[in-house]
Design a protein around this ligand. Structure first.
Ligand code: ATP
Ligand code: MG
Ligand code: MG
Length: 316
């Protein structure tokens, strides 16, 4: 089984305004829609679209839980969240106008997770995760959630022999690395923060990736936005260059990229096929408006344009 864990779930409320958003004016709304907010929930959306069984868990506020779980169910995702009473899952406002300069995003911090809820999630993972299940933690926890609390939950997976996949940043990523995750996917900024210095060239990135692989991580994937990614395993390093697309919205590319990686790991494809598919899939996402949308037809066409270079100088 594959589990995805979102600790700070969100519902995107997409507000369309005619004309340009202007201060001191009545900006009239022409359309309102709702979408699934990231992060690991988007990984679930990718997996379900590919007909791969998975369970989305994490915390949701009971007051509007149905809004989120209905959106997920409509995309074929099985939900098994911890419900916290008298709380609402945060809504992220996405305001679209006709300025042509992209959207505004206004986010809430998310409700405080009670200790009781944390225990329930630990119990759920402890009861359900079995050896070699994939468990994806994507996104940071909400405010007031310290690193020890985060690690307590994440550790449940490695204790049960599950394969841990971490897409997080800052201290959460730093501490989770000590649990030897199966795969980590920081973006270039998160990776530089982790190593504590700026990295400019491949020659500077690779030794830092090597250290993590030597510490016991199987896959170190550093995503570089439209520049693609650098990928390291114990034996080989790859540089992946994505196809050129007309970028509409790159928010959520990381989640979709991780979704592609997990799907490929689950299907046990070759590493080249895994990188080709995930890169094409996330490029397709970048060419779409909504933060969890992608097109499998387009992905197929884009796959032929992905360039994968094995960095022989670094491979064993
Ligand atoms: P997120 O906003 O979801 O957290 P991220 O910053 O973690 O994203 P990125 O490095 O921005 O992740 O993107 C992940 C992958 O998506 C990249 O490695 C790349 O393959 C693909 N991608 C992102 N932007 C583009 C683009 N403009 N064109 C083609 N591919 C892209
Ligand atoms: Mg990015
Ligand atoms: Mg990211």
């Amino acid at each position: 089984m594959i589990y995805t864990v979102t600790l700070n779930t969100a519902i995107d409320k997409i507000i369309k305004i005619n004309g340009v958003l202007t201060r001191k004016m009545n900006n009239k709304i022409s359309d309102v829609s709702f979408d699934i907010g990231g992060k690991a929930t988007h990984v679930s959306v990718v997996l379900s679209k590919l007909n791969i069984n998975n369970i989305a868990t994490g915390f949701v506020g009971a007051e509007n839980a149905l809004t989120l779980t209905s959106l997920l169910k409509n995309k074929g995702v099985t939900c098994d969240f911890i419900l916290q009473e008298n709380c609402s899952t945060r809504e992220s406002l996405v305001i679209l106008d006709d300025s042509g300069y992209g959207s505004f995003m206004i986010t809430e911090p998310g409700f405080k997770i009670l200790e009781e809820s944390q225990c329930k999630l630990i119990e759920k993972l402890s009861n359900q995760v079995t050896k070699n299940d994939y468990v994806v933690f994507a996104g940071s926890p909400p405010r007031g959630f310290n690193v020890d609390q985060y690690i307590n939950i994440v550790k449940t997976v490695t204790d049960k022999g599950g394969k841990l996949i971490i897409d997080a940043s800052g201290d959460y990523l730093r501490e989770a690395i000590k649990l030897k995750p199966y795969l980590i996917k920081p973006n270039e900024f998160e990776f530089q923060e982790l190593v504590g210095k700026p990295l400019n060239t491949i020659d500077e990135f690779i030794p830092e990736m090597k250290k993590l692989l030597n510490d016991g991580i199987e896959f170190v994937v550093v995503s570089l936005g439209k520049k693609g990614s650098l990928v390291g395993t114990k034996r080989s390093f790859y540089r992946v260059i994505p196809p050129v697309i007309k970028e509409i919205n790159d928010t959520g590319c990381g989640d979709v990229f991780v979704g592609g990686l997990v799907a490929s790991l689950y299907k046990q494809t070759s590493i080249e096929d895994m990188l080709e598919f995930s890169t094409a899939l996330s490029a397709s996402k970048a060419s779409q408006n909504e933060s969890s949308s992608f097109c499998l037809e387009q992905t197929k066409q884009l796959e032929a344009e992905v360039k994968i270079e094995k960095l022989e100088a670094y491979s064993i």
